[in-house]
Design a protein around this ligand. Sequence first.
Ligand SMILES: CC(C)(COP(=O)(O)OP(=O)(O)OC[C@H]1O[C@@H](n2cnc3c(N)ncnc32)[C@H](O)[C@@H]1O)[C@@H](O)C(=O)NCCC(=O)NCCS
Ligand SMILES: Nc1ncnc2c1ncn2[C@@H]1O[C@H](COP(=O)(O)OP(=O)(O)OP(=O)(O)O)[C@@H](O)[C@H]1O
Length: 203
Amino acid sequence: MTLIIGLTGSIASGKSTVSLMFHDLNVPVIDADKISREVVNPHEDAYNKIVDTFGNSILQDDKTIDRAKLGEIIFNDHVMREKLNNIVHPAVRERMLAKRDAFVKAGVPTVVLDIPLLFESNLTHLVDKTLVISVTESVQLTRLMTRNGYNEQEARQRIQSQIPITEKVKMADAVIDNNGTKQETYEQLEQLLQQWRDLTTEN
Ligand SMILES: CC(C)(COP(=O)(O)OP(=O)(O)OC[C@H]1O[C@@H](n2cnc3c(N)ncnc32)[C@H](O)[C@@H]1O)[C@@H](O)C(=O)NCCC(=O)NCCS
Ligand SMILES: Nc1ncnc2c1ncn2[C@@H]1O[C@H](COP(=O)(O)OP(=O)(O)OP(=O)(O)O)[C@@H](O)[C@H]1O
């Protein structure tokens, strides 16, 4: 039996950092952000729908989508965000499920679905266990501004476009505190994985 873990958190809480740790522990990760970039390449259905909805001004000279420009629009306007989600999410979901099912068929013991909007999009039925990577709002804000070069307002808009992390913590099967060092996070992950694997083999 394959254990499917839904990895989530809030923006810049450390999902990708923990994803890399899963890779080190030989656990495959299916990354919704990565797939969401693939499905908007030119010639994909979602690309055409995005251009129809947002216009040519969100394209770069080479006709690919200008992600910074599209981000500015959708993180400022929840109606436009909903429109983009309705275009991109079905395609992302379909590809994630195909990948998940291939791992299950191959008998891989543990698979991770890294989905930033796992709770917002009501996708918890796709996984056996939910894992939230948690940080305080001030750590989150600092890391997001540092990583992306956003000013405080841009960073706060992005944080506010998601369910607050304190709410996600309440909904999670397990929480990893990522306020400390990466080593401390890694130790929590190793321990949790062992615990969940023991539960799976007991049943
Ligand atoms: C708006 C876009 C073009 C900005 O691209 P950019 O390269 O700057 O950011 P990236 O895709 O790496 O996303 C960074 C983070 O932003 C957050 N985020 C992205 N999209 C959304 C959204 N629609 N609602 C809330 N948060 C979001 C997530 O935490 C994500 O991890 C892009 O995020 C996008 O196409 N979003 C819609 C698809 C989506 O929901 N993706 C997230 C999971 S499938
Ligand atoms: N424990 C840590 N100590 C110091 N820096 C960290 C730690 N964890 C993550 N970071 C840094 O914080 C930033 C955000 O982390 P990461 O990219 O893993 O978040 P994310 O949740 O995947 O973000 P997004 O939602 O945008 O995909 C990165 O620059 C990362 O290197």
